[in-house]
Design a protein around this ligand. Structure first.
Ligand SMILES: Cc1cc2nc3c(=O)[nH]c(=O)nc-3n(C[C@H](O)[C@H](O)[C@H](O)COP(=O)(O)OP(=O)(O)OC[C@H]3O[C@@H](n4cnc5c(N)ncnc54)[C@H](O)[C@@H]3O)c2cc1C
Length: 408
């Protein structure tokens, strides 16, 4: 492998969230020289950030995180495997249950607080001598020519590299500086997230109830009485829920969840996230690639946003490593287009599927509600269909990068 003279880095990644960190580790393991920028001075101490998001991590993401070397650094008592999932509808008695054993997998996925995940990734990043972490830095301007891309950051440094990767989230500054349009569809919903303690044990079952104005999910954590919740509804309703005192909120939550886990005994600070589906018109330009939320955002109803981003990282890493190892230029549009074709198609399919679910469950026509309940019951009785849906949601099907396959 030959490094081209005159560059500060092979790749500059802007954004140290789960997605940017995963890419940094995969590339560093393959001997790339990487700079990872984050505007937050506490980027590598995510436990100090106020974010109660709890992620449901798929089997394919776990495999990728394993290959980054970070998975085993997550404290074992903060990873909660779940084996079953129960989904039901507020309007009617249709329901569907999934179980990982029916496709011979030990778990459907893993529930992890996002700060444990990023802390482990940063621990790994600090072990690599070929990654420079630049905190408190945001890009100010970006200039390209045929052979290089220069990123000027607001601590007055200029970095010259072969490729810039935007992993700086849905409001990506890099995407804006490169004039890439982000087509946004506002769901007119917000999500409220917090951690709750329940009277009844969750038994490692992930549960989601579709209410008429949005889904309410309980994600089982390691403590059998603790769940991360994501409650999506109209922004006015979420604002109301935010303003409620703790006891009233806990009461409303238990009722909305049909007391499936009994009373809510305790709840942490509530965080709110506006929800939209969005996709960048282009994932790539010469010497530039977008990954994760900077390229696309989806509804959290299936807990897939970060998982799709981790798959972006692994797919881009695969293409870049193969290109690098054959002494070709990793910043060429022709190379990057392979990544765009691959991931755009996969992400688009998931976006349509999630929108389909969302509108089906929020449809208030009685005939649709009846059909929906019937459909849930029918699918529940069809193991082949059910297993196919489950394998896709667990990240076991689709065009997977080699880091997400089991055998390497
Ligand atoms: C309520 C809720 C629940 C969710 N649950 C799940 C789930 O269960 N499973 C799942 O897979 N997904 C889930 N998601 C989606 C998930 O949160 C996102 O898809 C994921 O965090 C995107 O990761 P990212 O690294 O691309 O971006 P982010 O997590 O947004 O990280 C971006 C990083 O870039 C940095 N940054 C931003 N701007 C700049 C700048 N100008 N310069 C330098 N650095 C910058 C930020 O500091 C941050 O570190 C959920 C989302 C919500 C709202």
């Amino acid at each position: 492998m030959k490094r081209i003279e005159g560059y500060d880095y092979d790749v500059v990644i802007c954004g140290g969230g789960v997605v940017g960190c995963s890419l940094a580790c995969l590339l560093a393991k393959a001997n790339f020289k990487v700079a990872l920028l984050d505007r937050d001075v506490r980027a590598d101490r995510s436990s100090q950030k106020n974010d109660s998001r709890i992620f449901a991590i798929t089997i394919s993401s776990k495999r990728i995180l394993n290959k980054t070397g970070a998975w085993h650094l997550i404290p074992e008592d903060s990873i909660s495997p779940f084996r079953r999932m129960h989904v039901w509808d507020e309007n009617g008695d249709g329901e569907i249950r999934f179980e990982s054993a029916s496709i011979c997998e030990p778990a459907m996925g893993y529930i992890i607080a996002q700060n444990f995940l990023t802390d482990a990734l940063f621990q790994k990043i600090n072990e690599f001598e070929n990654i420079d972490l630049i905190k408190g830095a945001s890009p100010k301007s970006i200039e390209k020519d045929a052979n290089a891309i220069c990123i000027d950051i607001d601590n007055s440094q200029e970095l010259k590299t072969k490729l810039v990767v935007a992993a700086d989230g849905s409001n990506s500054k890099v995407r804006q500086l490169c004039n890439i349009n982000f087509q946004k569809h506002d769901y007119e919903q917000s999500a409220l997230a917090c951690v709750v303690t329940t009277e009844i044990e969750h038994s490692a079952v992930a549960r989601q109830r579709f209410l008429s104005d949005g889904p309410l999910a309980f994600l089982p954590m390691k403590n059998p009485h603790q769940s991360g919740i994501v409650w999506s509804a109209k922004p006015e309703r979420i604002d109301e829920l935010l303003k409620l005192d703790k006891a009233t909120f806990q009461n409303e939550l238990a009722v909305a969840f049909e007391n499936k886990l009994g009373q809510i005994k305790e709840s942490t600070e509530r965080n709110i996230f506006p929800l939209s589906r969005a996709q960048a018109d282009h994932y790539v330009q010469p010497r530039l690639a977008l990954i994760g939320d900077s390229a696309h955002t989806v509804h959290p109803l299936a807990g897939l946003g970060a998982n799709l981003g981790i798959l972006d990282s692994a797919s881009l890493a695969e293409i870049l490593i193969d290109t690098f190892n054959s002494d070709r230029d990793i910043g060429r549009l022709q190379v990057l287009r392979r990544y765009e074709r691959w991931r755009r198609t996969e992400n688009q399919q998931i976006m349509y599927m999630l929108d389909g679910f969302k509108y089906l469950f929020e449809n208030k026509f009685q005939s649709v509600q009846w059909l929906r309940n019937l459909g849930l019951d029918i699918v529940d009785e069809m193991p082949i269909v059910k297993n196919a849906i489950m394998a896709r949601a667990m990240g076991l099907k689709g065009n997977l990068p080699r880091f997400a396959r089991n055998y390497n």
